[in-house]
Design a protein around this ligand. Structure first.
Ligand SMILES: [Zn+2]
Length: 178
């Protein structure tokens, strides 16, 4: 299958399927075997084929959630969404974030102070060029869905504190009932 993601996306490794996390930490002898083992031994509750994920998510969300791309800032309308409600994983519908902990920042991704309990997992990821100099040549903490492993975004220190910086294309917003 040949895919041609838009130029606004940059190629990123998805650790769960590529083993990139193990390669990233290979220079750390104490932790390398622990990280590699935990990544490869973990089985997500929701597992689907590439074709099934593509059919469900569409090209853009597939590139972000299953291949680790980052969306262009402000490309998702959710970045400035302020209504009450809940944010769910687009891959498996797990309730990942609550609007009460959402923060609108001009950087243009979807920011939260916290995730819901037991909703996300974290891993070591590389730099994200879209973020600019803030993360150049540094490793980042990746945030992904606990249930399906879908890549959601990263933990960043921004606006005076640690935030979950999430791709809107990885989320489905469910407004609170009026
Ligand atoms: Zn999920």
């Amino acid at each position: 299958m040949t895919r041609n993601p838009s130029s606004s996306l940059s190629r990123r490794a998805f650790f769960a399927s590529s083993g990139a996390a193990a390669l990233t930490v290979a220079s750390g002898p104490v932790y390398a075997s622990v990280a590699a083992g935990s990544a490869s031994d973990y089985t997500y509750e929701v597992v689907k084929s590439v074709d099934d994920w593509l059919a469900q998510l569409g090209e853009q969300s597939y590139a972000i959630m299953r291949e680790g791309f980052t969306e262009a800032p402000k490309s998702s309308p959710l970045w400035e969404e302020t209504r009450a409600g809940t944010y769910h994983c687009k891959g498996c519908d797990l309730y990942n974030f609550d609007a009460r902990l959402k923060v609108v920042l001009e950087k243009g991704w979807v920011f939260f102070d916290h995730a819901q309990p037991d909703a996300v997992l974290t891993a070591i990821d590389g730099a994200v060029p879209e973020y600019g100099a803030m993360s150049e040549d540094t490793a980042l903490t990746e945030v992904h869905c606990r249930r399906c492993g879908g890549h959601l975004g990263h933990l960043l220190i921004v606006a005076g504190g640690m935030k979950h910086c999430i791709n809107g294309a990885s989320l489905e917003f469910k407004p609170a009932s009026a």
